[in-house]
Design a protein around this ligand. Structure first.
Ligand code: PLP
Length: 365
């Protein structure tokens, strides 16, 4: 079976370094908010060229805390894409605000920047832009819209660690960048984890309190917070993997380019599009085809994994029916969800496997 991702092979390639780092944590017996977390946060600031970075328990918490600390609250509206993982919208709802969806671009799968301004009302407070599948959104256009309408910008970078647009890393354009270290992400832990980077140092203490029960320490609680700390063992794992992230992303890109070369001449397949200004990190390699279900069936018969991200756009999810959207509201997101198929991609994926996958697809069509 060719899997979607092979975390075991990755583990074996860095096993010795990982075990040394993890053992240091075990020997120190400091498991929460210790040296590894501080060092990892410093390395993240250096890597992303930002002044403020705090690790958290998940990417979902990063989004939730970004929205909260940027002052978005009940009655406010937040513009985002309906073609993303559910957590993007959930985080808006956590603070009592309303997600307002804007249809996507059928080529990049990201929010269609030409449609955003029509949806801005006097209740709109922010835009959450998602760099889906590792493909950076058009940040210059989004920042321009936000500036003209006085809106906050939150970047959901759960799938785009290391990606950049016009040479600037995703997560560093807006007011806050929110990352996930879920195990399958480009930079993945061995459990859950997240990161928020943010522009305004004034919210630093508030974010620190949010992740630790409203306290900056000493059992003094100034506000109501949460338990949302990255633990030391995950920080140890991530410190090792961060050393290799540039190579991992380069390998993913090489896999994607090989796929493109093999698949782009097939009539019924559209290979992923990305702007020449974008450094796409291919968290997913996602093709589009009207024959999607047939291709997936043939791949399965040939022991090749594939996954549909995402089969139901958010505006049609049962949990969000109260928002009042209906089928037909976002035709591009709906049509894309019927045609997309993500193929195996990971830094250790072999060229021979990619060629085999492409052969199976081309012979089937
Ligand atoms: C686009 C997107 N946003 C948010 C999240 C949430 O991240 P986490 O699973 O770390 O909470 C994910 C991760 O699955 C994601 O893919």
């Amino acid at each position: 079976m060719i899997p979607m991702i092979d975390l075991k092979t990755n583990y074996k390639s860095i096993k010795e370094e990982l075990l040394i780092e993890i053992e240091e944590v075990l020997e120190s017996s400091q498991f929460i908010l210790g040296k590894k977390v501080s060092l990892f946060e410093q390395k993240l600031k250096d890597f992303l060229s930002v002044n403020n970075a705090l690790t958290l328990a998940s990417g979902t918490d990063a989004l939730h805390f970004a929205i909260k600390t940027l002052g978005i609250k009940e009655g406010d509206e937040v513009i985002t894409t309906p073609f993303t993982f559910f957590a993007t919208a959930e985080s808006i709802i956590y603070v009592g605000a309303k997600p307002v969806f804007v249809d996507i671009d059928g080529d990049t799968f990201n929010i269609n920047t030409d449609l955003i301004e029509d949806k801005i009302t006097d209740k709109t407070k922010a835009i959450i832009v998602v760099h889906l599948f590792g493909n950076p959104s058009e940040m210059d256009k989004i920042m321009d819209i936000a500036k003209r309408h006085n809106l906050k910008v939150i970047e959901d970078c759960a799938q785009s660690f290391g990606a950049s647009y016009k040479g600037i890393k995703t997560g560093t354009f807006g007011d806050a960048g929110c990352f996930s270290f879920y195990p399958s992400k480009n930079l993945g832990a061995y459990g859950d984890g997240g990161l928020i980077v943010f522009r305004d140092s004034l919210i630093y203490d508030e974010l620190k309190r949010l992740r630790n029960h409203g306290s900056l320490g000493g059992y003094i609680h100034e506000s109501i917070g949460y338990n949302s700390r990255l633990d030391e063992i995950q920080a140890a794992v991530l410190l090792v993997k961060l050393k290799y992230i540039i190579k991992y992303n380069e390998n993913r890109r090489a896999c994607a380019f090989l796929y493109n070369g093999q698949l782009s001449n097939l009539d019924s397949i559209k290979v992923p599009y990305y702007s020449p200004d974008a450094y796409h990190v291919f968290h997913q390699y996602t093709i589009k085809s009207p024959k999607r279900d047939y291709i997936q069936k043939i791949l399965k018969e040939n022991e090749i994994s594939s996954v549909v991200y995402y089969p139901i756009p958010l505006h049609l999810q049962k949990a969000l029916t109260y928002l009042g959207y209906k089928e037909g509201d976002f035709p591009m997101a709906e049509s894309v969800s019927k045609e997309v198929l993500s193929l195996p991609i990971y830094p250790e994926l072999k060229s021979d496997d990619i060629i085999k996958i492409c052969k199976v697809i081309s012979q089937a069509l």
